[in-house]
Structure formats: C-alpha cells, structure tokens
Design a binder for this molecule. Structure first.
Ligand code: TRP
Length: 435
C-alpha cells in the first residue's frame, strides 16, 4: 500500500491536471480518451512492470539496471535515453510549476477575479509573458525541489504525498461535481464521451496518446526502476502496477471533468493548447461560492504534486552522478538543480519574448515537450521492451515482475517481447511521418 501510494504520488502531477486535458482537447476528445485507455493498458502496463522488474532484480538505478541485464555496449543507450528524457522534461516542468505557484499567489492575495471569460485568457498570457516573474517563481520552486533532494528527504516528501494525495482526490471530485452542475456542462460531457471516429484513424492521435501515457505514469525515465529496487517482495507488482495506472488515469479524467464542462459553459474552444487549465480553472473558481478558498487549496495541492514529480525527475541524473561518478548527494543535487534552472531559462522567456518565437512556430516549451514525449520517451520505452524481452530470460523476468500463473506469464512475456515493441515502432514511425 505504501509502495503503491509512493509510486502514485510521483505519477500524479502536471501530466494529469495540465497536460491531459489540453492534449485531449487538441486531439479529438472522446476518441483520444479511447485511444489513451487502450495504449496505457496494452503498452503502459507491460512496460511499467518491465521497469519495476529490472529494478527489483538488479537493485540498480535506471542506467545500471539495464547494464546488469545486458552488459553489451549498444544496450547501454537504453538507460541513457531515459536520462535524456528526464533532462529535457526538466527544461519545462519547472516553468509550468512556476505558473502554478504564480496562480497560488494570486489566489492567496485574493486577486483571482477578472470580469469576463476572455480576460482569464489575457491574464494567462500576461502572466506567462512576464519573464522576470516566471523566472523568479521558477527559481524558488527549483530551489525547494533541489533542497528536498539534497537533504535526502525524498522519502519524507513521499510520506507527505501519501496524506495529501487522497485529499487532492477528494477536492478534485468536489470540483468535478461542481463543474458538471454548470449551465451548458452537458456539451463538455458529450465532448469527453462521444467519439469522433476519424481521430482514431489518425496515426498522430496514437503517438500523442502514447506520449501522454508514458509522461503521466512516469515510464521511460528509469524512475520506476528505482522504485522496483526498493520492494522486498515482487509478487504484488502486477496489482500495484494496475492500480497505479488506474489511479493516475482517474485523476486525469477528473481534471477533464472539471475543465471541459466549464469550457463549453463559457463558450470557449477545447483546443487552446498548454494554457487550457490555467485559463479555465480560475474561471471555475471565480463562479463557485467559496471559490477563493477552493482555489488556494487546489493550487497548493497541485504545487505539491508538481514538486513531488519534479523531485523524482531531479533524482534521475542525481542517481546517475552518484552511482557512476561517485559524487556525493549534495554536490550532485546542486549541479542537477543548477543545470535545470539554466536550461529552463530560455523556455520561460520563450513564452513571452518575441525573439525566441518565430511566426507560426511552436514555443520552446511546446518543442521541448513534444521532443520528450513523442520522441525520447517512446524510444526509451522501446529500449526497455527490447532489453527486458530479448536480453533477459523469461523465467527470471516473470519472477522479478511478480507475474504468476502460466497464462498471465505468457501474456506479459509475449507483450514485452513482441506486441509492445511492434506497436511502438508502428506508432512512432507512422506518427512522426504523418505529423
Ligand atoms: N508523471 C508526472 C506527471 O504526470 C511527471 C513525470 C514524468 C514523472 N516523468 C516522471 C514523475 C518520472 C516521476 C517519475 O506530472
């Protein structure tokens, strides 16, 4: 239970509340949801178990685990892809976390209210374009996260998460119920549950769903390897893996149930991109009775969730520096935190500074996010499937993954060995070519 909640605490973050609704809004609503559910179950679950198993068996970090399973040279890249993905995600995760901190500040100072629907939009633009304020918030947020990892109290933050995450879930359910009671909410529900089948046929939808699944569960960065190494006994892993995926998906769905009814109720478009949650949520809080208190609670819990995920991400390069280069924790944390701050500066400024934005081009944040989610993470997932399925023995792998029963073992093994890599190649290649 504690293990499951800790993994869930790192899985739940901006991926659920910020990313899930906007990619769903951009890629066909219900059709995207259906594709996402298929992808996360058919590919996400076997991969998550593969990562757990590699960690459980080798007791090593994300890079070391794959090396122990297969020492040959080219396979070393498997782990490094995950480290690269973590570093690229660290270019923009602190920026979005900074936005959350800024909205928390607005809520705390009682400055949430703006008159009309369009004004929230303007405020989001103004807020994210104020490079100095974003940088300041981002520096604070990164210092806190770096401080937590430097002090080695990662387990402390996880214990905190165990208490706060259920609280967050309750708040989300409450907000979703409120969202559904808004006039015009039905259209939002229709949008989430009535599929536009043409989107299912677009390869791009599948690649986006895959990227979202890997991002939100936290697969492909070697973090789940590290978690697997902590478990004394593997037999509960399949159940825990399933529960984590279900819980994480549930939180993403709740976020959508809060946001989409409000989008339609306000007569706005669901495909607004990365600003969606930040434009819609303040509007929801503004309309509800006691909204300011709810806003403070919401942004505070989201900030904590984002910080916990950021801590996990920082831990990836830190673990590598410590175990491969013999660094001590504090210098490793300081270096990683400083690099994350440095590389996220252009992304923060890129939201608002014209010289970083060419006409018609996605912002730097968008570019980094797409490169990490649609290239690095799928490649890293492919590497995991190949190492586990082709460089390891069936019995050892199934034992380490805790899969029991002949049929379940066959199912998981054929999945990691054949189904997942084949699907990954198809989705990755067709998605990248058509997009
Ligand atoms: N899953 C987290 C979220 O949804 C972010 C994240 C990405 C993460 N990769 C991770 C968390 C690896 C922990 C480990 O926001």
């Amino acid at each position: 239970m504690g293990f499951g909640l800790a993994v869930l605490g790192s899985a739940i973050g901006l991926g659920n509340i910020w990313r899930f609704p906007y990619v769903m809004g951009e890629h066909g609503g219900a059709a995207f949801l259906l594709v996402y559910l298929l992808v996360v179950l058919i590919m996400g679950l076997p991969l998550l178990l593969g990562e757990f198993a590699a960690g459980y068996h080798t007791h090593a970090d994300g890079v070391g685990a794959y090396e122990k399973i297969t020492p040959e040279r080219p396979w070393r890249w498997a782990g490094w892809l995950g480290v690269a993905a973590a570093v690229v995600i660290l270019m923009y995760y602190p920026v979005v976390t900074a936005w959350v901190a800024q909205y928390l500040w607005l809520a705390l100072t009682g400055d949430m209210s703006v008159p009309a629907g369009a004004a929230q939009d303007a405020r989001f633009v103004a807020l994210t374009h104020d490079g100095f304020a974003v940088l300041l918030a981002q520096a604070i947020v990164l210092c806190v996260a770096t401080g937590i990892v430097a002090a080695g109290v990662v387990s402390g933050i996880e214990r905190t998460c165990k208490v706060l995450m259920p609280l967050f879930a309750v708040l989300l359910v409450g907000l979703a119920i409120y969202g559904l009671s808004l006039p015009g909410a039905q259209q939002g529900v229709d949008f989430m549950f009535q599929a536009d089948w043409s989107a299912v046929l677009r390869p791009e939808t599948w690649l986006v769903a895959l990227g979202q699944a890997l991002f939100t569960v936290g697969i492909g960065m070697g973090v789940m390897v590290t978690y697997g190494a902590y478990l004394p006994d593997s037999h509960a892993l399949p159940r825990i893996g399933f529960a984590v995926i279900a819980g994480d998906t549930f939180v993403g769905l709740l976020a959508c149930l809060i946001i989409f009814p409000a989008v339609f109720s306000l007569g706005l478009a669901p495909a607004q991109g990365p600003g969606l949650a930040f434009v819609i949520l303040p509007e929801v809080f503004e309309r509800m009775p006691g909204g300011n208190v709810a806003a403070v609670a919401f942004f505070l819990l989201l900030l904590i969730a984002a910080l916990a995920s950021m801590v996990s991400l920082l831990e990836v390069p830190i673990a590598v520096l410590m175990s491969r280069r013999g660094w001590r924790r504090v210098p490793a944390a300081l270096l990683t935190g400083s690099v994350a701050l440095l590389v996220s500066v252009p992304v923060a400024l890129g939201e608002g500074t014209a010289w970083l934005q060419l006409d018609g081009m996605p912002t730097l944040l968008d570019l980094a996010d797409r490169f990490a989610s649609y290239v690095l993470l799928p490649l890293s997932a492919l590497a995991i499937a190949l190492v586990v399925g082709w460089r390891w023995q069936e019995k050892a792998a199934c034992d380490a993954a805790g899969v029991q029963g002949i049929r379940a073992r066959r199912l998981w093994w054929t999945s990691v060995r054949w189904l997942v890599p084949v699907l990954l190649v198809i989705v990755l290649v067709s998605g990248l070519v058509t997009a």
